[in-house]
Write a protein that binds this ligand. Structure first.
Ligand code: HEM
Length: 428
């Protein structure tokens, strides 16, 4: 790694904790290089960003995921033994289980579940002066996630599970010991619950529909024998938790709508800008900061020497804002996605490359559908005002979120004429 630019400090752990999302991007700019070497927790590490680096990162012949995720992330966000840390055939078989949940028909079933969940929230808002949208989105998405996963839960339990998912997500990064502890406790509680779900399905006490996550992960799937209970539980949560996580993007979408009234106006009229808006929310706002993998063998790339086992970090946030791929990357401009299909390695808020063979997020299509539906709800189903509050976020805190969670008030229904997707059930 000797010819490769080097991070200014011997170890980048403290800069990462202090600077958060911007750390790698700043070093790349300062060093004028897409790849540089440094250390993370004292371990020699290569940091890289940009579309070409992302393409390299997703080359399975060069990188593996085993032992790449830090223990903190496994114990809070991912769970241990899940698909994220698998390679090769084992990964493909497990990923196939996830992708079987994401067929076009399955996504078409999911959207009305979410519409209903938003309608249920709306019914409750009649009695409230104001609500915190981030919280409401967590509960709505959790209700839809459970139904989609083949589970029927009481409302109080959905609220509790949504809260635990929030804790797992909020505590995987730089939140410090209080956030880490909450996340750990939430994971332990929900893994225990998910193991019981798996046992209930196996022993006939629950009968989720075939093709739902509760069914697919609890029972043998195609040629794949039934997973150990612990792993099945982790994977069941690997569907529910990230669906709930979409709430952050919903909150960011509300910030964007508030800060760009012309977009609110356009989105109320028709769907022309809906997908570009959703794509820009995913590109622009900070969520996944970086990803890690380990070099499988020795090789050289971009002047950098990767030795077998080298920890390699991909700058996700900085790739989504890389000036080589995006003009004025720090500007929120959905129009950039009109007539542009982003490359597989340029827009990587949920990973890059291929879904089936690589580690790209299994839930990306579902995320886009959920965001489209939630934006429709915010722009066409309701009207509301946004009182003075802190709508900003800190890029120093991983994971970021709008500080006050986006408080909205004076919520009322829009006239039915502008409602595009009718709810399945009457809410009157
Ligand atoms: C807020 C929305 C989401 C974000 C920001 C997000 C982000 C990501 C990222 C960055 C990865 C890692 C890619 C890699 O390792 O190369 C990933 C993987 C994954 N995501 Fe998501 N995701 C989201 C929603 C979802 C949803 C809705 C689901 C499922 C229903 C899901 C399931 C998964 C799974 C199973 C993986 C592991 C894939 C693999 O290792 O092959 N995610 N996601």
């Amino acid at each position: 790694m000797t010819d490769t630019p080097r991070a200014p400090l011997p170890d980048s752990t403290l800069p990462l904790v202090i600077e958060g999302y911007e750390m790698i991007r700043r070093r790349r700019r300062f060093l004028k290089a897409d790849v540089f070497q440094g250390r993370l927790l004292l371990e020699p590490t290569i940091f890289m960003g940009g579309a070409a680096a992302a393409e390299l990162f997703y080359d399975e012949s060069r990188f593996s995921r085993a032992d790449a995720a830090p223990a903190l992330v496994l114990k809070t966000l991912f769970g241990e033994g899940g698909v994220q840390g698998l390679d090769d055939e084992a990964h493909r078989a497990r990923k196939g289980m996830f992708m079987s949940l994401m067929t076009r028909a399955a996504l078409e079933r999911f959207v009305p579940m979410l519409t209903d969940a938003w309608e249920e929230r709306l019914e409750r808002w009649h009695d409230e002066d104001s609500v915190v949208l981030l919280h409401e989105a967590h509960v709505a998405l959790c209700a839809a996630a459970c139904e989609f996963a083949g589970l029927q839960l009481r409302n109080e339990r959905i609220e509790e599970l949504a809260g635990h998912c929030f804790d797992m997500i909020d505590g995987f990064g730089t939140g410090g010991p209080p956030a880490w502890l909450k996340a750990r406790r939430a994971r332990l509680a929900e893994e225990e619950w998910a193991r019981q779900v798996v046992r209930d399905v196996r022993e006939g006490r629950r009968s989720p529909e075939p093709g739902t996550a509760a069914h697919v992960f609890s029972l043998p799937h195609g040629q794949t024998p039934a997973l150990p209970v612990e792993i099945a539980a982790v994977e069941l949560l690997n569907v529910i938790r990230p669906i709930v996580a979409i709430a952050r993007f919903v909150a960011y979408a509300a910030v964007a709508l508030h800060e760009h009234p012309r977009l609110m106006y356009r989105l109320r009229q028709d769907d022309t800008l809906l997908v570009p808006f959703v794509q820009e929310v995913r590109r622009f706002y900070p969520f996944t900061p970086l990803l890690g993998a380990r070099a499988r063998r020795d090789f050289t790339w971009g002047g950098a020497r990767f030795e077998e086992g080298t920890l390699t970090i991909l700058d996700v946030y900085g790739t989504n804002r890389d000036p080589a791929s995006w003009s004025q990357p720090d500007l929120f401009a959905p129009e950039r996605f009109v007539d542009r299909e982003p490359g597989k390695f340029e827009l990587i808020p949920q990973g890059g490359g291929d879904f089936g063979t690589g580690h790209r997020c299994a839930g990306e299509w579902l995320t886009i559908e959920a965001l489209k539906e939630s934006v429709r709800f915010l722009t066409r189903r309701i009207r509301y005002s946004v009182p003075a509050q802190e709508l900003g976020w800190s890029t120093r805190r991983i994971p970021a979120r709008p500080r006050d969670g986006v408080v909205i008030r004076e919520i009322r229904e829009a006239t039915p004429a502008v409602q595009v997707t009718p709810p399945r059930r009457s809410t009157v």
